[in-house]
Design a protein. Structure first.
Length: 187
């Protein structure tokens, strides 16, 4: 059993007959009244996000997890297939378990969180940034560049990214996977 003092980002807990992962948390100690912890929890089974407040000292059921590196293989109608690089075993993960999967490309290494007791997959985390090739880009409008002008581009995975006007098809760019923003052009 853990308490609210043990809450941290990425912690998996059992709550309301489901397993949730802590996405955000904030310890609040108001001037009047008892302290509490405001959390944002994401279900690892269906992807539903809920806000919850725990009073200070509240007991929570922690779920023991292990993380392993897997290589992304391919996507089908139901979800994504990954391969363990150590023993070459394959694992399947549903589409609702991965955030921002539109930035994954074949061969990419992904961290998969497994329940320690029976090694069932709970969620997958893609790297914070990826390198992708621009396949298609809107033509840029010249002359109106006093500010950071952006245009639409489609990368090799099919995702849309807003990029600066100088990016052309064939360029490799670094993309932030959390919000899908352009970071830099890669030479």
């Amino acid at each position: 059993m853990a308490t609210t003092a043990d809450i941290r980002k990425g912690l998996c807990i059992e709550y309301s007959n489901d397993i949730y992962k802590v996405i955000e948390f904030l310890h609040v100690k108001p001037g009047k009244g008892p302290a509490f912890v405001r959390t944002k929890l994401k279900s690892v089974t269906n992807g539903k996000v809920l806000d919850n407040t725990f009073s200070a000292g509240h007991k929570i059921e922690e779920v023991r997890v292990i993380t392993r590196k897997y290589q992304y293989l391919y996507e089908d109608d139901n979800g994504y297939h990954f391969m363990n690089n150590d023993d070459f075993s394959q694992i399947y993960i549903g589409k609702e378990m991965i955030e921002n999967a539109q930035f994954m490309k074949a061969g990419e290494e992904v961290t998969i969180i497994l329940k320690e007791a029976d090694e069932t997959p709970l969620s997958a985390e893609i790297p914070p940034s990826v390198y992708l090739e621009v396949v298609e880009a809107d033509p840029g409008v010249k002359g109106n560049t006093a500010t950071n002008a952006l245009k639409n581009a489609i990368v090799e995975t099919g995702a849309r990214v807003m990029v600066p006007l100088f990016i052309e098809p064939g360029d490799k760019i670094k993309v932030n996977t959390e919000d899908g923003s352009y970071l830099e052009r890669v030479k």
